[in-house]
Write a protein that binds this ligand. Sequence first.
Ligand code: GDP
Ligand code: MG
Length: 173
Amino acid sequence: TNDYRVAVFGAGGVGKSSIVLRFVKGTFNDNYVPTIEDTYRQVIGCNQKSVCTLQITDTTGSHQFPAMQRLSIGKGHAFVLIYSVTSKQSLEELGPIIMMLKEVKGDSIGEVPIMLVGNKKDEAKREVSTELGQKLADRWGTGFIETSAKNNENVTELFEKLLALEKKRQLTL
Ligand code: GDP
Ligand code: MG
């Protein structure tokens, strides 16, 4: 089909919904609104002449049941794994997601676009350095970027980089 499905994972409060809403609607909210699970659709360029539907699912994060996570991973073409640079714990919580991705995608994991994202780069009190984020991304074989949904820094770039990692189709925003 012409759907390109992206699932967004990460601990509660890291800014998953903020990044998705900043990207899709251009808005930002300072208040924390816990998500059930929302999917947003956007038309993107696909293999020069044609279009695809980019479908972004904002998951409930690590509080999602493992069976639900597995289902989201099975259906997804590409993945955005978000932590907050203000929380080392939020980075550690991505470990099990990476493990599950490897398990579900099996031998094709090398072809699956995955971006590791350190959000809240605008915050002064950091617990995770850029170097550590990059080191983990290298170890996990994923792309890496630091973002601020609040200040609208690197949000579009995040999705551009993600789509550029897809080698089976040529996808453009
Ligand atoms: P989610 O649980 O991962 O979906 O996180 P939310 O998107 O609901 O964001 C959690 C809290 O962090 C909210 O109060 C947001 O306003 C705040 N937040 C999200 N992104 C940023 C950011 O880039 N910088 C700062 N300083 N705060 C952010
Ligand atoms: Mg949310």
